[in-house]
Design a protein around this ligand. Structure first.
Ligand code: C2E
Ligand code: MG
Ligand code: MG
Length: 670
């Protein structure tokens, strides 16, 4: 029923709430009116009839006595007069008297049987009978006239009520609903500002509508807050996913995305450069000064790079621990200039609390579209070029060229071959004499390993040592060099009782639990009367001293075995003095790096540095070995500066065992 009604309303386009309410009020008021009219009409009909009957009966009662008396006394005129008076009573149409004596008096026209019959008695004796007919048409007319009026009133008032109801409904409900609905319609979940629905009426009223509105506003507020929180959370997530927390730079993921976008937008194939910037020696700083200082340096590096990137402009991203990336619309000389600016910018000292730290970087440049035209190949090329810059001595840039791949291939082939080099007897040991500076006689030697590869020939130690450190094979290599050195010292003990031999140990060696045990075992196999074995360590090994590696304890145990420790490549590290102070108990020698010796004859700054290193070492009762002495001028200058020992091509390059022994013999005979 309801759905049928609704379908009809829909057809009539009356499916608005207002129209339905109007119709409902109208229909219900009409139905109620009709019902009331029906009931009222019946009641009215009965009441009028009862009233007519009562009136007639009252009149009959009034005329009964005079009529009876008139009949009794045969007063014909009186009878006629009373009868005619009776007929004038409303709704009585006809009146007839039949006397017991046979006379009949009639006024009006009787139709059908009389509605009222009244016996006329005079002193308990019947004198006649009075019959009365009513005018039914007149009664009906009267009733219908009365009812028509009432019906009109009812219908009119129901229409009026409907109209007033509509107006009231409109005023009290409809307009507010329309306001709510338009408020809901214009509500936009993404709007920044919070717009509340406000009813246009006295705010004191608290009815269902205000509850709807306040609930909606509350919901709106909560949704708004939820959306804002969600948006903030999403923004934060996006930031976290795309940016590096420490430096605020785009992270690797986003950096690569930027590169992809640059490639996509570059319809004209405009050339640009991708630069990979890797910090040199950052790991050492991190190890030496703990991570907080490392973090601080990274932030400063990022800030400097941001500034450079801003002035070009370029995209800059942090793509690894100490690796950064630059995408810049420059190639050729301008790109190389930029690389130089970056190197220069990052080289400026870093002041962190009381420390002043120095850092350099190596840069690899790949050029689009000449070198590569995809993200992967650009990255691979920039990485290769950066690797080349590192291998070529760091603190410089290299632009990618195809033959770098050959170099990479060479390195990767070497890397996979280094593990089997020892087993294949490709590793040998060369010995470079260490001599006294004043007399130039040989006092010791440094054992240096050599790798002769069947395909590549002699591989440079600095190249394969780095690879062997990466693969971990350096541990076995160093043990081999150590055992050969002990054997040689043992072999030469009788003829050269004071000759000492040194071996190089790298950080990985010190990370081995059994390092000291191994050394003492080798010494046990070829005992030396007085231990003349020395171990050269670089700053890198000393800096990794922590609970796990326990470098200090190992040095202490080596010291107990009477093994001396020399610091190799002194001056090239970062915090030279602090670790010399810390480990000075175990250090007996300092080897000044070749870098300072090379130009000391011509460069007074280098000479001054060498001088101060020698003075410091002497002050700490440490011996000094100058590395890389190639000329006699260098030797005599070092002699003047009171340097005790030297090593270098001036006396000899590293030699195979037999040649070294021959050299020793000729040196002895001189
Ligand atoms: P290092 O310990 O500082 O060794 C001295 C390096 O200087 C040697 O290079 C030596 O040949 C070179 N040299 C000596 N005198 C001169 C000179 O007058 N002029 C020039 N230009 N160079 C000179 P080499 O043998 O190429 O070794 C390079 C580095 O490889 C070594 O530097 C050392 O750090 C490492 N290394 C060599 N052998 C071993 C080893 O058995 N184990 C470990 N862990 N590292 C080793
Ligand atoms: Mg050395
Ligand atoms: Mg050295």
């Amino acid at each position: 029923m309801y759905t049928a009604c609704y379908a009809i309303l829909k057809k009539l386009s009356l499916n608005s709430l207002k129209a339905r309410v109007v119709l409902a009020i109208l229909a219900s008021s009409l139905i109620i009116s009709l019902a009331v009219i029906g009931a009222f009409s019946t009641y009215q009909y009965k009441t009028i009839h009862a009233q007519v009957n009562k009136d007639v009966n009252d009149n009959l009662a009034l005329v009964e006595e005079p009529l009876a008396e008139a009949l009794w006394s045969f007063k014909e005129e009186t009878t006629q007069f009373v009868l005619s008076g009776l007929v004038r009573v409303p709704f009585i149409s006809t009146a007839q008297i039949n006397s017991t004596t046979g006379e009949t008096y009639l006024i009006g026209e009787p139709v059908g049987s009389a509605q009222f019959t009244q016996q006329l008695n005079y002193h308990d004796e019947q004198v006649g009978e009075l019959k009365v007919w009513l005018n039914n048409d007149e009664i009906n007319h009267y009733i219908s006239a009365a009812l028509t009026y009432i019906i009109f009133i009812f219908i009119f008032s129901s229409l009026l009520i409907t109209l007033v109801s509509i107006k009231l409904f409109d005023y009290m409900v409809s307009r507010h609903l329309i306001l709510i609905s338009s408020g809901l319609k214009t509500y936009n979940i993404n709007d920044e500002s919070l717009t509340e629905i406000e009813l246009e009426r006295n705010q004191v009223i608290e009815d269902e509508l205000s509850k709807i509105v306040s609930n909606f506003n509350q919901l709106n507020k909560e949704t708004h807050n939820f959306i804002r929180t969600k948006q903030k959370y999403e923004e934060h997530l996006t930031y976290q996913a795309n940016y590096d927390d420490l430096t605020g730079l785009p992270n690797r993921r986003y950096g690569l995305q930027l590169l992809e976008q640059v490639l996509k937008k570059n319809q004209n194939k405009d050339p640009f450069s991708l630069m990979f910037i890797d910090l040199d020696g950052f790991k050492e700083i991190n190890d030496a000064h703990k991570h907080l200082v490392g973090d601080e340096i990274l932030k400063m590096v990022a800030d400097r790079l941001k500034k450079v990137a801003h002035s070009y402009p370029a995209h800059v991203a942090r793509i690894g621990g100490d690796e950064f990336m630059f995408i810049v619309n420059l190639t050729g000389d301008p790109a190389e200039n930029l690389a130089n600016i970056i190197i220069h910018t990052l080289k400026a000292p870093y002041k962190i609390q009381q420390d002043v730290l120095n850092l350099s970087c190596s840069i690899g440049i790949a050029v689009y579209p000449d070198d590569a035209d995809t993200v992967t190949s650009l990255i691979a090329n920039a990485d290769t070029a950066m690797f080349e810059a590192k291998s070529a001595g760091k603190s410089q840039f290299k632009t990618f060229s195809a033959n770098m791949f050959e170099d990479l291939l060479y390195r990767s082939q070497l890397k996979s071959a280094v593990g089997s080099a020892l087993d294949n007897n490709e590793i040998s040991v060369s010995y470079q004499p260490i001599f006294s500076i004043d007399k130039s006689n040989i006092v010791g030697f440094e054992s240096l390993c050599r790798w002769s590869h069947p395909k590549f020939g002699q591989v440079r130690p600095d190249v394969f040592i780095e690879l062997a450190e990466e693969t971990g094979d350096i541990i076995q290599i160093d043990r081999y060099v150590l055992s050969e050195t002990i054997k040689l010292l043992n072999q030469l003990e009788a003829d050269y009782p004071t000759l000492f031999g040194t071996v190089n140990f790298c950080p990985l060696d010190f990370a081995q639990e059994d390092l000291v045990h191994n050394v003492s075992q080798l010494l046990a196999e070829s005992p030396l009367e007085t231990c003349r074995l020395e171990i050269e360590v670089t700053e890198r090994s000393l800096l990794q001293d922590d609970i796990q590696t326990n470098v200090q304890q190992k040095l202490e145990e080596l010291d107990k075995l009477d093994i001396k420790i020399a610091i190799d490549d002194f001056g090239t590290g970062y915090s030279a003095l602090s670790y010399v102070k810390h480990f000075r108990k175990y250090i007996s020698k300092i080897k000044i790096d070749r870098l300072f010796i090379r130009d000391m004859v011509v460069d007074t700054a280098d000479a001054a540095l060498v001088n101060s290193i020698i003075r410091m070492a002497n002050g700490l009762e440490m011996a000094v070995v100058a590395e890389g002495i190639e000329t006699d001028d260098q030797r005599s200058l070092l002699n003047q500066l009171n340097c005790q020992f030297g090593q270098g091509y001036l006396i000899s390059k590293p030699l195979p065992k037999d040649q070294f022994i021959q050299l020793l013999e000729s040196d002895k005979s001189n």
